[in-house]
Design a protein around this ligand. Structure first.
Ligand code: HEC
Ligand code: HEC
Ligand code: HEC
Ligand code: HEC
Length: 442
């Protein structure tokens, strides 16, 4: 059995800001963040009680000042390094023959703040895991200025602080580790997964609730969660297209982790097989299809915002999927098609970012997704997972905007049960439960 989704993010408080995205479609790596002026100082520099190491949150100050305490005691990122030394990390080290994982840059790129000597302003150790500057950027230039009463966020960003208030930038930052990035060749491939690494799935709004946040979103927008969901979806589609483009350039091919995992990893059910009954729509029986989970749910939102853009995106992503699914495509053709689709996804990201978010739109979208139960369910377990996280996020956003419905909550909780055991995933059962969600929506 493979690890399932255990993220029921119901009811947690969430909510803040957003606007612009970096168009980095040249696929040129953004390279290391550290430059001559921007060096890493290590999390110890943030942990004093008067800085971010308070035990209780403060309400009178600009920020809570207990961020370090929240991170170190509740946030799994603080354990990012430690897990490399535990039994699963050891097992992976031995299967992959990379020596101790906690010394392998291949693992440390995502599991710790592991920087070369020349990028460090002070001595610190990677053993503190994914720490403050892993997400906030190298602090040497802004560490002093940011504690001034007059400090403005925009000025700090010029000094190397990552603009996490911008949801597109934030998503891209999370996804560098939670999907992969050209930066420092960060990736989890099928070899690592077969050795024991969990598969990477992500949804910004749900994962933020689970982290848990050590900040208070300052946005007054009650539909902030929906915006985070929409922007996060657009960025992850773009980043997944860029990832398949990179993998088509070099490395093993086909790269199994680009495919729908569960087509290869389900148990054989004989005459009762729902797969045989559904007739393998869209691909030759027995071929593992490209994993469309990052597209299949988002497309409903894209369609609402820009019908023509959505058509174009559908054609382009469809082409990537058809090529990859054919098992032995021309790799250059995959790369070109994926870059085209990434560009279109980026264009839609701009529109999603600037879109109006209101309760009617949230409820419409919730319905459209829930009513697409059959098609989503047939795209496999990963698509079902994204749809589950998505309806959960949209439901919570809707609830905050004043549209609560307890029956919907119960039906969504039961939807999570359908994706708990990926190898036992059953499309008709998932679709039936999604239809129960739909039935509760007015
Ligand atoms: C592209 C970034 C990336 C790389 C490279 C990477 N990991 Fe991970 N790893 C993650 C993320 C993200 C998670 C958490 C996944 C989740 O729970 O959704 C994770 C989770 C894990 C876990 C499970 C931890 C737990 O709490 O159960 C182990 C063990 C692990 N990684 C080991 C390794 C090893 C060993 C390597 C090197 C061979 C490695 N990782 C390389 C991103 C990465
Ligand atoms: C996994 C990524 C991640 C890690 C690790 C992380 N942060 Fe954050 N942090 C965020 C995000 C995302 C936000 C919300 C966006 C924002 O307000 O800038 C945030 C917000 C904050 C804020 C509030 C900023 C404001 O203007 O309201 C502070 C302060 C902060 N973090 C400090 C820290 C400190 C100190 C550490 C290390 C102990 C840390 N963070 C570790 C991602 C992270
Ligand atoms: C530098 C790489 C890195 C970045 C950036 C990063 N993460 Fe992670 N994240 C990890 C690793 C590694 C783990 C696994 C740690 C462990 O299991 O102890 C993880 C685990 C998590 C988990 C726990 C998942 C679970 O299965 O319980 C959540 C939630 C999460 N990250 C959310 C976020 C969010 C939200 C952001 C962006 C604001 C983010 N991460 C940015 C590397 C990263
Ligand atoms: C094209 C078929 C195919 C696809 C798609 C595929 N795998 Fe695999 N997987 C394999 C094969 C073959 C093995 C090796 C089996 C063996 O040696 O017994 C394997 C091994 C594994 C293992 C270790 C086996 C075990 O018993 O624990 C895990 C875990 C795994 N894959 C997870 C995944 C995940 C997650 C995905 C999607 C991201 C995925 N696989 C996609 C074919 C596939």
């Amino acid at each position: 059995m493979m690890g399932g989704l255990c993220l029921s993010a119901s009811g947690q408080s969430r909510g803040a800001l957003d606007e612009h995205a970096r168009a980095l479609l040249a696929v040129a790596s953004t390279g290391d963040m550290a430059t001559v002026n921007h060096k890493y100082v290590g999390p110890g520099s943030c942990s004093a009680v008067a800085c971010h190491g308070g035990i209780q949150p403060r309400m009178s100050t600009k920020v809570l000042q207990n961020e370090y305490s929240t991170w170190v005691s509740q946030d799994k990122h603080a354990r990012g390094y430690a897990v490399l030394t535990e039994p699963l990390g050891r097992q992976m080290s031995s299967i992959l023959k990379i020596g101790p994982a906690e010394k392998a840059q291949r693992c440390l790129v995502c599991h710790a703040l592991s920087e070369p000597q020349e990028a460090k302003a002070r001595e610190f150790d990677a053993s503190e895991g994914v720490s403050c500057e892993s997400c906030h950027g190298p602090a040497s230039a802004w560490l002093g200025p940011h504690i001034q009463a007059s400090a403005q966020h925009v000025d700090m960003v010029k000094l190397g602080l990552i603009d996490n208030k911008n949801l597109a930038v934030r998503s891209e930052e999370c996804l560098s580790c939670h999907l992969g990035s050209a930066r420092k060749d960060m990736q989890v491939d099928h070899e690592m997964i077969a050795a024991g690494h969990p598969d990477l799935t992500f949804e910004l709004d749900s994962f933020t609730a689970v982290e848990p946040p050590h900040w208070v979103e300052k946005s007054k927008d009650p539909l902030f969660g929906m915006r985070a969901w929409g922007v996060g979806q657009a960025v992850q589609l773009r980043e997944s297209m860029l990832r398949v483009a990179r993998r088509a350039q070099s490395g093993p091919w086909p790269e199994f982790s680009e495919m729908d995992c569960i087509t290869c990893h389900h148990s054989l059910t004989g005459p009762e097989s729902w797969r045989q009954k559904s007739g393998y729509e869209g691909h030759r029986a027995g071929d593992p299809p490209y994993n469309l989970s990052r597209f299949i749910v988002f497309r409903h939102f894209a369609g609402e915002i820009d019908a023509a853009g959505d058509q174009e995106l559908g054609r382009e992503v469809g082409q990537v999927a058809a090529l990859v699914t054919s098992m032995s495509p021309d790799r250059g053709a995959v790369e070109a098609a994926a870059k085209r689709a990434a560009r279109t996804a980026d264009k839609l990201l701009g529109e999603v970012r600037d879109a109006q978010y209101d309760q009617a739109r949230t409820e419409r979208l919730l319905k459209v997704i829930a009513n697409d139960a059959d098609a989503i369910s047939r795209q496999g377990e990963r698509a079902a997972e994204q749809a589950t996280m998505s309806v959960d996020s949209l439901y919570i956003a809707d609830m905050k905007a004043g549209g609560p419905n307890a029956a919907t909550r119960t039906a969504i909780d039961q939807l999570f049960a359908q994706v708990k055991n990926p190898s036992g995933y059953n499309a008709p059962m998932f679709a039936a439960q999604m239809k129960r969600v739909a039935a509760t929506l007015r």
